[in-house]
Write a protein that binds this ligand. Structure first.
Ligand code: RB5
Length: 144
């Protein structure tokens, strides 16, 4: 069976994190669809949030990772898309809850606000935690 593809994107503020998290994903056995950016030149985070949302739209690629400086702008932009539940997380607890309660399909991190080891932890927890369903499903249904 083919490896699952994870989409990843960042602006310049998240570029270094993106490169490290991409290596982690490859090490875990995922294929990575890197949507940029590709260096630290200044870019606009909505362009990358929209590119990742477009990639998840047809359901073939189901999960993604976004990084900007704070994680705030890129998560706001991604959440404009009805099929995206992008969760800005800051530690393993919020990463776990984003999956268990919110069925987040996009992990968002701040490259200037979170340490890289914490970010790697968040990634691991996000990838390995299931959705609890039940009452949480009802709440998610009310979002759309
Ligand atoms: C870019 O300087 C910065 O504004 C961006 O990465 C992000 O933090 C926005 O929310």
């Amino acid at each position: 069976m083919a490896n699952e593809v994870i989409a990843i994107a960042s602006d310049h503020g998240g570029y270094e994190f993106k490169e490290i998290l991409k290596s982690e994903l490859i090490e875990y056995g995922f294929d990575v669809n890197d949507l940029g950016c590709h260096d630290t030149s200044s870019v606009d985070y909505p362009d990358y949030a929209h590119a990742l949302a477009d990639t998840l739209k047809n359901g073939v690629v189901k999960r993604g990772v976004l990084v900007c400086g704070s994680g705030i702008g890129i998560s706001i932009a991604a959440n404009r898309h009805p099929h995206i539940r992008a969760a800005l997380v800051h530690d393993a607890l919020t990463a776990r809850l984003s999956r268990e309660h919110n069925d987040a399909n996009v992990l968002v991190l701040g490259g200037r606000t979170t340490g890289i080891e914490v970010a790697k932890d968040c990634l691991k927890v996000f990838l390995n935690t299931g959705f609890d369903g039940g009452r949480h499903q009802n709440r998610i249904n009310k979002m759309s």
